[in-house]
Design a protein around this ligand. Structure first.
Ligand code: UDP
Ligand code: MG
Length: 320
């Protein structure tokens, strides 16, 4: 390793033509400031990952790269979602740098927190999680749903760090290990803590989006949470099994009751209770089948071992 580490910012971008011209300069200003203050090597880069954008994002990245060679980019062959785009960037970076810092391209992650992340790294941490210290900039609804998201995730066995999104520093040593996680259903927030190594959290204030709109409305966030849980943990299936035992006990009691009722001559009545039992059991069974089906589907996708992303173009990159 060099005496000064090589740092790469990894920034996934999807349809970000409004915000990219604003934030890219901020990223470069920070990178140059760190280079001139001798904290990082001049080979440090900002790597934009174009996640199959349908607007001018890739053209903007190209024109940035022609203005300054600290900017570089890869373009995925199609939209694969934030997690896959981020993984593509991290895997691209892992052999070319000593440290990566991943962040959103909308300026929400505080670029000035990077200095503190670096000092944490110099004092020995291999992973530094950016943790937002408040949610003042969020709507009440987003704040509330985010709380439920983290609580539910942990309850269902997917250990994630509270209020940490994907703003984090990871050393290349950790990335080499991440490369061994071959799964296609990726949920980095849950996978990185599984790798281990010395890590720490850094509080920062999350800002509002500089321009453009979020790609994560409530429905997408709920799908993301469900995906995260089923990718990381089998606990929902355990719950189903427990529920099965409980419902079976009730069912057994119900059978005894029905037999008794028959002998006592009450067998004409009981329509309501029968309907309740049928509806209840039908609901529980369908829900359980659905959850188990989700796992079967995930296992099916894993067996295919399809590539998790395909890089179609590179600029200012080794593979160019
Ligand atoms: N993003 C991506 N692919 C997608 C959706 C989003 O690469 O399919 C990027 C997006 O450009 C941004 C980051 O992921 O840099 C986070 O997205 P966004 O800001 O929309 O989410 P929010 O911060 O509102 O949760
Ligand atoms: Mg954002």
């Amino acid at each position: 390793m060099n005496s000064k580490p090589v740092l790469w910012f990894v920034v996934p971008c999807y349809n970000e033509q409004e915000v990219l011209p604003l934030t890219a300069h901020e990223f470069l200003r920070k990178l140059k400031e760190l280079i001139t203050s001798d904290k990082i090597d001049d080979a440090s880069r900002i790597l934009f990952v174009n996640d199959g954008s349908k607007d001018r994002t890739w053209e903007i990245i190209n024109s940035l790269a022609s203005q300054d060679n600290h900017y570089s980019g890869i373009s995925l062959s199609r939209n694969r979602g934030h997690q896959n785009a981020l993984l593509a960037g991290l895997m691209e970076a892992k052999d070319q740098c000593d440290i990566t810092i991943s962040m959103d391209c909308d300026g929400q992650d505080d670029i000035n927190a990077v200095d503190e992340m670096l000092s944490e790294y110099f004092s020995g941490s291999e992973i530094i999680y950016g943790v937002r210290n408040d949610r003042e900039t969020d709507t009440f609804f987003k704040r509330w749903t985010a709380q439920i998201f983290y609580r539910l995730m942990n309850f269902l066995g997917a250990e994630v760090i509270y209020n940490h999104a994907d703003f984090r520093l990871i050393s290349s040593k950790v990335l080499q290990e991440l490369a061994n996680f071959q799964e296609v259903n990726i949920f980095l927030r849950g996978m990185i803590p599984l790798i281990g190594f010395k890590s720490s959290c850094l509080m920062y204030k999350r800002k509002v989006r500089a321009a453009g709109a979020s790609h994560y409305p409530f429905t997408k966030m709920a799908a993301f949470a469900f995906d995260g849980i089923t990718s990381l943990s089998n606990r929902p299936i355990t719950f189903i099994a427990c529920l099965g035992v409980l419902v079976s006990l009730f069912g057994f009691a119900g059978i005894i009751w029905a037999i008794l009722a028959f002998f006592l001559g009450y067998n004409v009545t009981g329509w309501a209770s029968m309907m309740c039992a049928v509806c209840f059991l039908g609901g529980i069974q369908l829900l359980s089948l659905g959850i188990i089906g989700e796992y079967v589907g995930k296992a099916y996708m894993e067996t295919k071992q399809r590539p998790r992303y395909i890089v179609s173009e590179r600029i200012n990159q080794k593979g160019e």
